[in-house]
Design a protein. Structure first.
Length: 330
């Protein structure tokens, strides 16, 4: 069991017996939403190796080219060799190395402890966000699947930020396009995406990342359009069961039931993402901006269609002014 973290930043001299045991306090702002300058953000999640850090760096570069003021936030205390420089970094509050050495926890236990610590000291994050001048945030998160599909702390942190900082959020879920080469792996990726969607309760945009490398992964069981436009889980179950493996035959009924579960929710769909293509990045940003409400922020009620067309036109025009060399500069 992860013990309640202390109220101040953990140091190497902290004793495990001094761990803070009271419930964390929630600080509410006594202002109306009209008095708060609305903020918007995208919460980037995905398994290790799915390209979260690279995506954040590419989106940072793209938004800079669009002259959109934004802030990069790192909530992953175990991150190494980030491809971007975060303005707000959880490591300024707590370091996972200190947790491991002081409390003798393993990597996953230390990560959950850090999130618990951030939750208990949430006013630190409030202050960092309120002191920033930007109204758009890119939030990088830990890669461990349990943090966004099972554990509730990340969800609670995001809910508190939404409530107390006036921030509208959308979730960007990245799945390595290599999963398309293996039907069973792709089905498990859809289950993770479904679990995260239900658990986080945020507008959700799922991308198949690293599409610039898809040709290196070998042949796909289905055309690429199947994964991005005509996704039908039942076809996956038939393929998995017909592959001839002992496992596939033994658990064919379970596979079909899982695919029916995914299909029944109708919540999982994918869009191809190639960060080296400026038009593709522009389309991806538009999807996220519509999900978190940024595309509507200055629009009058009742004129959404007209204004969305204007938003997309302005975004395309700005995109045309951006250099094609996005990948090489990351």
């Amino acid at each position: 069991m992860i013990r309640r973290p202390p109220r101040s930043t953990l140091s190497s001299s902290s004793a495990a017996s001094d761990v803070y045991k009271r419930q964390p306090q929630i600080f509410l702002i006594n202002t109306t939403m009209e008095q708060i300058k609305m903020k918007y953000g995208q919460v980037v999640i995905g398994a290790p190796g799915s390209g979260k850090s690279t995506y954040c760096a590419a989106m940072d570069q793209f938004l800079t080219a669009l002259n959109r003021s934004h802030i990069l936030v790192n909530l992953d205390p175990a991150s190494e060799d980030l491809k971007y420089t975060p303005t707000i970094d959880i490591e300024d509050l707590i370091r996972i190395e200190d947790v491991q050495s002081t409390l003798q926890l393993g990597p996953n236990g230390s990560l959950l402890y850090c999130l618990d610590f951030l939750h208990a000291n949430i006013e630190w994050l409030y202050t960092q966000i309120r002191n920033s001048q930007a109204d758009y945030f890119i939030i990088d998160t830990p890669g461990q699947v349990e943090t966004y599909s099972i554990d509730s702390k990340l969800k609670e942190i995001l809910e508190l930020v939404k409530r107390n900082c006036g921030m509208e959020l959308a979730c960007v879920h990245l799945t390595d396009s290599r999963a398309c080469t293996d039907s069973a792996l792709f089905m498990s990726s859809m289950l993770v995406a479904l679990s995260a969607t239900v658990n986080l309760e945020l507008p959700f945009v799922s991308f198949l990342s690293k599409m610039d490398l898809i040709e290196q992964y070998g042949d796909l069981p289905f055309p690429l359009e199947y994964y991005t436009e005509e996704l039908e889980p039942s076809m996956l179950s038939e393929l998995i069961c017909d592959e001839g493996s002992v496992f596939g035959k033994k658990y064919s009924l379970l596979t079909k039931k899982l695919c029916d579960l995914i299909n029944g929710y109708c919540l999982v769909s994918y869009t191809a993402l190639d960060i080296t293509d400026k038009l593709n990045m522009s389309n991806a940003l538009q999807l996220v901006d519509k999900a978190n409400g940024y595309a509507y922020k200055e629009f009058a009620v009742g004129s959404e269609v007209m204004n969305i067309e204007k938003f997309e036109k302005e975004n395309r025009e700005a995109t045309e002014r951006i250099s094609d060399k996005m990948r090489g500069e990351i």
